[in-house]
Write a protein that binds this ligand. Structure first.
Ligand SMILES: *[C@@H]1O[C@H](CO)[C@@H](O)[C@H](O)[C@H]1NC(C)=O
Ligand SMILES: *[C@@H]1O[C@H](CO)[C@@H](O)[C@H](O)[C@H]1NC(C)=O
Ligand SMILES: *[C@@H]1O[C@H](CO)[C@@H](O)[C@H](O)[C@H]1NC(C)=O
Ligand SMILES: *[C@@H]1O[C@H](CO)[C@@H](O)[C@H](O)[C@H]1NC(C)=O
Length: 361
């Protein structure tokens, strides 16, 4: 059982705290209910539990939660929102070891993306801030309700041995208001991160693993976007150990995807996608391409895709799309079974599938 005590501090004007029934005066809970960078920093240094409640973060400022005490808890309550400015962000950073980050019922982290959306995402138009960079170790981030991110939502950046679960990323408004490149999860330089029980509606990758080891993406629902992806991989990056299981991808351009870049180096290995349901996929049910980048159509051998298993991938592609599309070079050790994707009638080029894979397209 945790005990809480009132912390009296001149700088922490917004503190509300509980007093424990016993005399154990060790753990401190602090509430931040108005944005003040100094208060937010001292709360991280001094408090075992920080509640961030209904604040407006000023324009051009990162809500900086990178000084969380080891073992502390961070709670979001009410509506947290960010003022508008053209900049690259991120709007929020979280860093810590052994921390728990949780959203309480009814809270929302509102990026107010519609103020930036112009249909161009990261490719032009307004400069748009990324939403969240998280770098946690041995931690749990859960029950966050993220809404309307200007561009990429959740960057899993240098995380280790952590669980991210029950996250909602709702960028649905972007469908009609010009949301673009609103990737849900980008995973980078991380090891042993589990992302599960998440519900996503966006306009780009549901997950994109760009580098690192052992990502477990499980029991997630992806809609509106570009599917569950590895890459694009190049520039020397290594992706090893990706297990995507028990997910649904609906109303999306692509279902399952690996992209590696033509003319570059790197590697993708030890990949499993199993029990993936696809529904109303517009372009490709399965899309494995080694020709990503300006050299479209010309895969090179610098980023081999090896030890790649697909098992029980099923569902429907629109008539104008293709069920399976593969353009790779230097691939080996693929094991595909129970691929039951129907509907796509587009004729595509399939090149580089290793012999004995058990599938053709
Ligand atoms: C107070 O709580 C801390 C942490 O929960 C514990 O380690 C410590 O033994 C407790 N002290 C007393 C006097 O109960
Ligand atoms: C990848 O993560 C590291 C932190 O481990 C960070 O410094 C770097 O900028 C990230 N790269 C990208 C492309 O996000
Ligand atoms: C991976 O992380 C989980 C916690 O998320 C931990 O329980 C597990 O021991 C870690 N696995 C390894 C091999 O370190
Ligand atoms: C199919 O791919 C091969 C290898 O990249 C290429 O040489 C060929 O032109 C392609 N054919 C079509 C019809 O796109």
């Amino acid at each position: 059982m945790k005990h809480f005590v009132v912390l009296l501090s001149a700088t922490l004007t917004t503190i509300a705290a509980f007093k424990a029934t016993s005399q154990n005066l060790t753990a401190v809970s602090c509430t931040i209910s108005k944005y003040n960078a100094d208060d937010i920093l001292s709360a991280q240094n001094e408090c075992d539990e920080i509640i961030i409640e209904s604040i407006n973060v000023p324009a051009g400022v990162t809500l900086d939660l990178t000084h969380l005490k080891t073992g502390s808890k961070l709670v979001f309550k009410g509506t947290i929102q960010w003022e508008y400015e053209e900049w690259t962000g991120p709007l929020m950073r979280i860093k810590g070891t052994n921390v728990e980050v949780i959203g309480s019922d009814g809270h929302v982290l509102d990026g107010r993306g519609h103020l930036w959306w112009d249909g161009q995402g990261g490719n032009g138009g307004k400069t748009k801030p990324k939403f969240l960079y998280a770098s946690v170790v041995n931690s749990m981030i859960h029950k966050l309700n993220i809404k309307n991110t200007p561009v990429q939502a959740f960057s899993v950046n240098g995380c280790k041995d952590s669980i991210i679960q029950y996250i909602t990323i709702d960028d649905k408004d972007g469908d009609s208001k010009g949301g673009h490149n609103t990737d849900a999860f980008n995973v980078n330089s991380s090891d042993n991160v589990t992302i599960k029980h998440c519900t996503i509606h966006n306009q780009d990758d549901c997950m994109a693993m760009n580098s690192g080891y052992n990502t477990f993406f499980t029991d997630n629902y992806c809609s509106g976007g570009h599917g569950i992806s590895i890459g694009s991989v190049g520039n020397g990056a290594e992706v090893k150990g990706v297990k995507v299981t028990n997910c649904q991808v609906v109303d999306s351009d692509i279902g399952v995807r690996i992209k590696t870049r033509s003319g570059e180096t790197g590697s993708v290995s030890d990949v499993l996608y199993e029990n993936i349901e696809l529904k109303n996929i517009h372009k490709y049910g399965i899309d494995i391409q080694g020709d990503y980048g300006p050299n479209d159509g010309k895969p090179t051998d610098g980023v081999p895709i090896t030890d790649f298993t697909l098992k029980n991938i099923y569902g429907t592609v629109d008539t104008g799309g293709a069920n399976i599309y593969v353009v790779v070079a230097n691939a080996a050790d693929w094991h595909w079974s129970d691929i039951k994707i129907t509907g796509g009638e587009k004729k595509v080029n399939c090149t580089g599938i290793p012999p004995g894979t058990g599938v053709s397209c």
